[in-house]
Structure formats: structure tokens, C-alpha cells
Design a protein around this ligand. Sequence first.
Ligand SMILES: Nc1nc2c(ncn2[C@@H]2O[C@H](COP(=O)(O)OP(=O)(O)O)[C@@H](O)[C@H]2O)c(=O)[nH]1
Ligand SMILES: [Mg+2]
Length: 364
Amino acid sequence: MSFKVGIVGLPNVGKSTLFKALTRKQVDIANYPFCTIEPNVGTVAVPDFRLQKLNDFYNSAKIVPTVIEFVDIAGLVKGAHEGQGLGNKFLSHIREVDAICQVIRAFHDPNVIHVDGKVDPISDLEVINLELVFADEDSVKKRLASLESELKGGKEKALLKTKETLLKIKEGLEKGVMAAALGLDEEEKFLIKELNLLSLKPTLYALNVAEEDVKIDKKEILQKFNLPLDLEKVILVSAKIESELAELPPEEAKNYLKELGLEESGLDKLIRASYHELNLVTFFTAGPKEAHAWTIVRGTMAPQAAGKIHTDFERGFIAAEVINWKDLLDAGGDVGAKEKGLIRLEGKEYVMQDGDVVEFRFNV
Ligand SMILES: Nc1nc2c(ncn2[C@@H]2O[C@H](COP(=O)(O)OP(=O)(O)O)[C@@H](O)[C@H]2O)c(=O)[nH]1
Ligand SMILES: [Mg+2]
């Protein structure tokens, strides 16, 4: 299974331009049998210099990066939750993604019409967030209604707690507060998980700025537009620059980035930030045959991580030989690391760490 990030926003903010640039980075989908093949879904590699280093060290015949899928969701407009502009359909597409990347227009261009007549990032942000909140209000009300009849059958404790949670969320939504801002605890989130609330999804904000603004300090831009967003959740991109970069061969793209004074493209930042926002970490398997990055949710234990490679690995799990990628390379590879006693033998309670290089031992 791979993780999906939905690109969400008003029409004409640059969603498809970003998406098209992202799809230029598509991986060979044959290596990822779980990924979707649809025109509005792009499967992109998560940039990871550690994997590159492992690949270089082992001179691996094949390199398999971990991926995330981006979904280009059609633009939402005011009133989407009431069906404006096919809004309900698009909102249901958002329900299926694991995280949201909200694109906000912050570039001026008289040739590109803004649906509300002027470039106003904070108003755009509010329009979209409010549509998500309204849609969630509908879901919560529907669930509360169905819960009433279930409760008549007998007052199960979990149901009562669910109702309490739903009422708390409803109260927040009615004040226009996103469910994510209500400080729900793990139990509460679990009880209402099936609703797939839109305003509870991990969210990043891609601020589509003018070309001359990509180098400006994020803080300054947020102040300039008066955007009340968490710095860590904001990525500055210029869809225009990204679409140009995407057309260039890698070397030329690197040079162009240098000319612009940027270390990394906005898209690479966006991909990595999405991965982080989804609470995902990476472990590696590496050798001459293949350098392979694997995605797990933070907190995954060794047998389940092994199961990502093969279900047999999980079923027959005995132990994991583990070393941090950098320690491995610093020690000069497996042999050196073994001599120095750096490779640990971990059991089935081991919580996998980001950057682990692993060899699983298992019974078949
Ligand atoms: N000047 C400028 N135009 C852009 C930028 N991003 C998108 N556009 C233009 O805005 C229009 C709408 O872009 P599109 O990606 O289709 O928006 P969407 O409706 O959000 O998918 C197109 O004509 C794009 O070329 C940008 O960063 N700068
Ligand atoms: Mg579009």
C-alpha cells in the first residue's frame, strides 16, 4: 500500500501545473505493484540521499526508492459542500487521501483569472478550509443520527464515548474550527476514524508564490500575506519554476536551481514534507543486487516492517540484524561493521528507526 496526498485548492491556483511537474518525476510503476494507475495520480520517488549513498557504496544493480502518490483533485469553489461546481464529488475524492496538500495562490498574473477576482491568499485559505469544515459537519451529523438508533439497542460504553466525541467535534466545526485543531486524543480519533474527516487530515500548505519570491524567508511571506499558518507546514513553491525545471534534464535542472540560488526544488521539499507529515519513516535493505528504501509508519515494529518486504518474513520472523545507515558506511560496510560489533540483533519488540539498514532472519 502506498500513501496518497491530495492536491486541493481553488481553481486556477496552480494545482495541475504542480501536478504535471510532479509526474515528470514518476517512478517506474512496475516496481510498485500496489500503486494506482490513473491519469490524475502520480507516483513519485521520495528524494533520499541516504539511499543514494548506500547504492553508491554497494554499486547496487538496482535502486528502489520509496514513493508517495499525488492526486490532482479538481478545484473546489465556495459552496462545494452544497454541490457547487461538482463540489460533493471532489470532496469525496479528498476523503480517500491520507493527507492534503492545499495549494494557495500568491502570485499575481493578470493573464490568469482568479475565481474571486483578486489574489488574496488568506481568503482562499478560509474558503477552502470552510468547505472542508462544512463537509465534515454533514458527516458528523449523519453519524450522530445513525448512532441514535444504535444507542437504542443498549448503551454500549464505546458508543456513548463516540457520541460524546462527535458532539465535541460538531461544536468545534460549527464555530468554523478544523477538527485537527480540536486536540482530539488517540482514542477519540480512533472512534471517529471511519468518518474520514477532511479537516482532520494531515495538511501541508503549498504557497504558490511569484518567481522572485521563492528565495524570500517563509516567515516574511506569511507575514506579508497575513497567513496564520504553522511555519513547518508551509512550503514555498513557484509552480512556474517547477514546471520549467521538470522539462530539463537532471544536470541542467541542477544548474538552473543554482542560478536561482536554491538548494532544492520546491517539489522535492514538498515531497519530503508530505512524507514527514504522514508520519512515515524509511528503512533500507542494501547489497550488490539492490538498494531498496521501504516505507513504514513511525513506531512500526520489526516483524511488521519485515512483512512489508514479504508476508513470509513477518510470519517466520526470528530476528533483525540492524545498523544505522551512516554507521554502516562509516565502518566500511558489513564486514567492518561486524568486526566492530556495530550490528545489533533485535527481536520482535524492536521499534524500527528511521535510517535503519536491516537484514531479517526468518523461518520459512
Ligand atoms: N504566472 C504564473 N502562472 C501560473 C503559475 N502556476 C500556474 N499558473 C497558470 O495559472 C493557470 C492555471 O493553472 P492550473 O495549474 O491549471 O491551475 P489549477 O486550476 O489549480 O489546476 C495556468 O494558465 C497556469 O499556467 C505560477 O506560478 N505563475
Ligand atoms: Mg487543475
